[in-house]
Design a protein around this ligand. Structure first.
Ligand SMILES: [Zn+2]
Length: 227
């Protein structure tokens, strides 16, 4: 950090050099500790993200597809509606059809505190369609009194993306289904990705497959290496 550049002149005493060297050393040690703390926290989050969240969503997806001629849930609204809302609807269908019982599964541990999980009520379980699609105009009359559609927002309910194109029975099982998006694992240098056969991989930013993520998944993070 430039201690070599300090002129070893007449006036500079040994004491001053010692102070500078000491400060630089302390600064480096603190920076190193800070970085490694962040990295180990991110590592733990990334493991939890993959082993509890993505695994649960993967199993739920497979169960759903087994019951639905091989198709995975997909937002009809991905084109008509806004993407983020459609992704919320996909995740809601897992919960309301009871393929998944823990709404926390949609929140990467890196996004804790920024996202709050879906909280379905019994009313919602009794009327999942309305919950998915909301009281849209034509069917507004069918809305039972008291059922309020909670706000649909990726920002408050979930932190994962979803594949833009529908996943059908013929879709290759090597297809990427979703990835961490809200708070990618930047210290680890990549994101967790769930594939259609329910296996999970950590894809590094330097992996050529990372770039296809941004095209295939809704709201996928941009490659930080590009910026
Ligand atoms: Zn994650």
């Amino acid at each position: 950090m430039g201690e070599e550049k300090i002129p070893w002149g007449r006036r500079l005493t040994f004491g001053a050099v010692a102070i500078v060297l000491g400060s630089v050393t302390i600064f480096l040690v603190i920076s190193f500790l800070y970085a490694s703390l962040n990295k180990s926290a991110d590592h733990a989050n990334s493991q939890k993200c993959a082993s509890s969240n993505l695994q649960s969503i993967g199993i739920a997806s497979i169960m759903y597809s087994n019951d639905n001629n091989g198709s995975f849930p997909h937002g009809v609204a991905l084109k008509a509606d806004n993407d983020e809302v459609a992704v919320s609807k996909i995740y809601r269908s897992f919960i309301s059809h009871k393929y998944l019982d823990n709404p926390e599964s949609f929140i990467c541990p890196n996004s804790k505190g920024r996202c709050s999980p879906i909280r379905p009520t019994q009313e919602i379980y009794d009327n999942p369609k309305l919950w998915h699609w909301g009281p849209w105009k034509k069917t507004a009359k069918a809305q039972p009194p008291g059922l309020k559609d909670p706000p649909l927002s990726k920002n408050t309910e979930l932190s994962y993306t979803w594949r833009r194109k529908a996943l059908k029975a013929k879709t290759a099982r090597s297809t990427k289904v979703l990835a961490c998006c809200k708070e990618p694992h930047v210290y680890m240098g990549g994101v967790n990705v769930l594939f259609a056969d329910a296996h999970i991989e950590f894809i590094y930013y330097s992996d050529p497959r990372y770039d296809t993520l941004t095209k295939q998944l809704v709201g996928a993070p941009k490659n930080p290496l590009d910026e």
